[in-house]
Design a protein around this ligand. Structure first.
Ligand code: ATP
Ligand code: MG
Length: 304
């Protein structure tokens, strides 16, 4: 008898997945073109031979992970991402490994990286309607994650992919944690997206993702994050002061939402449910995007 479940969407939109004993191996896949290069390995387009199901295969080198002491973080990433089920969260179907490498079986995001897509826009920014529709998808996905007690902590354009319908797929749960976290943040990379409580090394909870949504909303509409500076200490000071400047082209509604997310005190930030009811979001949300958001589907079925 075969223990390994086929990789395909079932009629209930649930994807059959592997359990820990199941053994995927490289023999199950045809490897296609490279999709991108990561810090610890490469990502390839691949197809499961039996079902012809298309996936993205992320190949990580154990030696590099060990050198950077990232095994623990990867384990957490797998543990968290493989249990999340939301149309705007990149699915992880399973994983396997051999002597030298670890392979992650990921949902294929056909439209690639949000970061590149943003850069390709006129003036390197999105329109207000487009941004509002992205924000609604992110809010819906984060509401789901937070309900599962998962905080992402690293939402930024580089960690967002785009699906076949142009829908957002949150990827990269490498820095996510099961809430709450009283651990000090180890600073690495850019400060631009970090909430005041994180740059100051204080304890933090799921409210950090609300702050990051505010940063992202600004970046989508303006083309660069609000506290960007050459020198990190200047960014640091501007984050702590919430020293935000809005360009003239932003509408009152957009500014209002950003200001309600970028509040220094974590508890003052607008909750995700309220974000979805914000007039600027409601005004722009398309029927197409709305119909794909699980929290709206729930409302519909409750009313029915
Ligand atoms: P990490 O941020 O975890 O250190 P990384 O940023 O180095 O990893 P990834 O972001 O996972 O690496 O992958 C590198 C690139 O491969 C991405 O920028 C993207 O272009 C492409 N890619 C990764 N996963 C997918 C996917 N599921 N579908 C399509 N393209 C992908
Ligand atoms: Mg990445």
């Amino acid at each position: 008898m075969e223990t390994k479940q086929p990789l395909k969407e079932s009629s209930t939109n649930q994807v059959n997945e592997t359990s820990d004993e199941d053994e995927w191996s490289l023999d199950n896949f045809e490897i296609g073109r490279p999709l991108g290069k990561g810090k610890f390995g490469n990502v390839y387009l691949a197809r499961e031979i039996k079902s012809k199901f298309i996936i993205a295969l992320k190949v990580l080198f154990k030696s590099q992970l060990q050198k950077c002491h990232m095994e623990h973080q990867l384990r957490r990433e797998i543990e968290i991402q493989s249990h999340l089920r939301h149309p705007n969260v990149l699915r992880m179907y399973g994983y396997f490994y051999d002597e030298t490498r670890i392979y992650l079986i990921l949902e294929f995001a056909a439209n690639g990286e949000m970061y590149k897509f943003l850069k390709r826009q006129p003036h390197g920014r999105f329109s207000e309607p487009q941004t509002a529709n992205y924000m609604a998808q992110l809010a819906d996905a984060l509401m789901y994650c937070h309900a599962q007690k998962v905080i992402h902590r690293d939402i930024k354009p580089e960690n967002l992919l785009l699906g076949i319908h142009g829908e957002i797929k949150i990827a990269d749960f490498g820095w996510s944690v099961h809430a709450p976290s009283s651990r000090r943040t180890t600073m690495c990379g850019t400060l631009d997206y970090l909430a005041p409580e994180m740059v100051e090394g204080r304890s933090h909870d799921e409210h950090v993702d609300l702050w990051t949504l505010g940063i992202l909303c600004y970046e989508f509409l303006v083309g660069s994050p609000p506290f960007e500076e050459e020198k990190q200490d200047l960014t640091y000071r501007r984050i702590c002061k919430v020293d935000i400047r809005f360009p003239a082209h932003l509408s009152v509604g957009a500014k209002d939402l950003i200001a309600k997310l970028l509040r220094p005190k974590a508890e003052d930030r607008i909750p995700l449910k309220k974000l979805l009811e914000h007039p600027w979001i409601v005004m722009h949300l398309t029927e197409e995007v709305r119909s794909r958001l699980p929290s709206f589907q729930k409302v519909k079925s409750e009313k029915a």
